[in-house]
Write a protein that binds this ligand. Structure first.
Ligand SMILES: Nc1ncnc2c1ncn2[C@@H]1O[C@H](COP(=O)(O)OP(=O)(O)O)[C@@H](O)[C@H]1O
Ligand SMILES: [Mg+2]
Length: 143
């Protein structure tokens, strides 16, 4: 069977990362960065960057749950969207363990190829009615 470029590249990468890797790591995020340009005026001049995700690395093993906690606007959603390839990362790698192989999702540019992985990973959007306690006032919740 023809191997995709992403699978071939991730096999090469396995050699580099093998020392620390364990079979049951299903998601490995390495030095992930997502910087958004700040543009100004009608010429849309780039006047700076919002470093929403800046050098984030973590591993998740099978059966493990990871909580990402932080104040509003600190980059939690952007981190999730970048891992899911809904945003093209500025830098870094996202290795996803599938069928005993690690695929670098950050190298996949093809929508059809990405669909294969989207079946195995998903974002569940927050339901405000279950996450906000109706017995508490907004002042108490954010206070
Ligand atoms: N598409 C985008 N373009 C420009 N800036 C963005 C974009 N998405 C998010 N940001 C900025 O990135 C930062 C992190 O946002 P976000 O990931 O939504 O935070 P959180 O989910 O932790 O509340 C914020 O400053 C936000 O304004
Ligand atoms: Mg968010």
């Amino acid at each position: 069977m023809h191997k995709s470029k992403a699978i071939e590249e991730s096999e090469e990468m396995d050699d580099k990362f093998d020392k620390t890797k364990s079979e049951d790591i299903i998601l490995s995020v390495k030095n992930l960065k997502m910087h958004f340009p700040v543009v100004k005026g009608s010429l849309r001049r780039n006047v700076g960057w919002v470093k929403a995700v800046d050098n984030v690395s973590f591993d998740i093993k099978e059966g493990e749950t990871l909580g990402l906690v932080g104040e509003s606007g600190c980059g939690k959603s952007t981190c999730g969207r970048t891992i899911m390839r809904l945003l093209k990362q500025t830098d870094g790698k996202v290795l996803f363990g599938i069928d005993g192989k690690k695929v670098d999702l950050s190298t996949i540019n093809d929508k059809i190829e990405m669909q294969k992985f989207r079946r195995k990973m998903q974002i569940i959007f927050q339901d405000p009615f279950s996450s906000l306690d109706p017995r508490m006032t907004v002042r108490d919740i954010i206070g």
